[in-house]
Design a protein around this ligand. Structure first.
Ligand SMILES: Nc1ncnc2c1ncn2[C@@H]1O[C@H](COP(=O)(O)OP(=O)(O)OP(=O)(O)O)[C@@H](O)[C@H]1O
Length: 245
C-alpha cells in the first residue's frame, strides 16, 4: 500500500527535516504516527498525500513508484487518498451537505449518487440533522466529523489524518477515533498522526515514532509492516469495539 525506502525531505535549501525514513504500511493496516512537536509528522504525511516530493529515497504509493510516475498521473493517485486535517479546512460558505458533496461533484458523479452517498455518510457520522447548516455554526468536533465524511466520500483506499483530535474534547476525540477504526475494519488503510498518548494507549494499534526527522527503530517497521500484511479487511462491526473505547 505504502513503502518508503531511505526517504529524506528538505524544504528549499534548508536542512533535511526527514532523514532515512523506511517503512511499509500493508493494505488494511492501522498505524499511529507520534513524536514531539517539530519531529516531522506533518512533513511525512505531506509526502504521502503528495503535497511535497522527497529530496531523496523512494516512495511507492498504492503500487506506484512515485519517482517513475509522470506528474500528470499524480492527481488520480491523490484521489485514492483521503486526508483529514486538524483545522478541518471546510468551505465556510457551503452547507455541511455541499462540503461533503464537493469531491463527488468535482469528480463528475451524477447527482442521485451524490445525494445518496452524502446522506448516508452524514448519518454515519451522526450529523444528518445538520446537513443544511454552515460550518461556522458547528462545534470543532462536529466540523471534524464533516471533514471525515468529506475525506471518505470518494471511498479512498488510504486515509491520512494529521492531529484530527487536536483541540477537541475527550468524548468527541473518542468518537472521531471510533470512526477511523470503523473505516479500518472496512478495509481502509489508516495512518493517524497524534500527540494524544491517551488515545494511542487505549487503541492498542502499532505506533510509528518520529524523533528529529528519523523514525525510531525503522528496521523494525519494515518487519512489523510485513506481519501486518496478514490483517484481512473485515466487515463493519461497530459493536466489536472494546467496551471502554
Ligand atoms: N514549509 C516549510 N518550510 C520550511 N520548513 C518547514 C516547513 N514545514 C515544516 N518545516 C520544518 O520542518 C520540521 C518538521 O515540521 P513538521 O510540521 O513536519 O513537524 P511536526 O512533527 O508535524 O510538528 P507538530 O507536532 O508541531 O505539528 C520543523 O523543523 C519545521 O520548522
Amino acid at each position: 500500500m505504502v513503502r518508503f525506502e531511505n526517504v529524506g525531505l528538505r524544504y528549499g535549501t534548508g536542512p533535511e527535516v526527514l532523514r532515512d525514513i523506511s517503512f511499509e504500511l500493508a493494505p488494511g493496516s492501522f498505524h499511529f504516527l507520534t513524536g514531539p512537536t517539530g519531529a516531522g509528522k506533518s512533513s511525512l504525511l505531506k509526502l504521502l498525500y503528495l503535497a511535497e516530493r522527497p529530496s531523496r529515497g523512494l516512495i511507492t504509493l498504492l503500487g506506484h513508484p512515485l519517482s517513475k510516475t509522470p506528474r500528470k498521473a499524480l492527481p488520480a493517485i491523490r484521489r485514492e487518498i483521503g486526508v483529514v486535517f486538524q483545522d478541518f479546512r471546510l468551505m465556510n460558505h457551503l452547507t455541511v451537505f455541499d462540503n461533503v458533496a464537493l469531491p463527488l461533484r468535482l469528480a463528475g458523479q451524477d447527482e442521485a449518487h451524490v445525494q445518496e452517498s452524502v446522506t448516508e455518510l452524514l448519518s454515519w457520522v451522526g450529523l444528518k440533522a445538520k446537513l443544511d447548516e454552515r460550518p461556522l455554526r458547528l462545534s470543532g468536533g462536529q466540523k471534524q466529523l464533516v471533514a471525515i465524511a468529506r475525506a471518505v466520500v470518494t471511498r479512498p483506499k488510504l486515509i491520512i489524518a494529521d492531529e484530527p483530535t487536536g483541540n477537541i474534547d475527550r468524548e468527541m476525540s473518542l468518537r472521531i477515533m471510533r470512526l477511523f477504526i470503523e473505516l479500518n475494519k472496512l478495509g481502509t488503510t489508516c495512518l493517524v498522526a497524534t500527540h494524544d498518548m491517551v488515545l494511542v494507549d487505549r487503541l492498542q494499534k502499532p505506533v510509528m515514532e518520529l524523533y528529529e526527522g528519523k523514525l525510531a527503530d525503522s528496521g523494525w517497521w519494515m518487519e512489523g509492516a510485513a506481519s501486518n500484511a496478514v490483517i484481512p479487511a473485515q466487515p463493519l462491526m461497530p459493536d466489536d469495539l472494546s467496551p471502554d473505547f
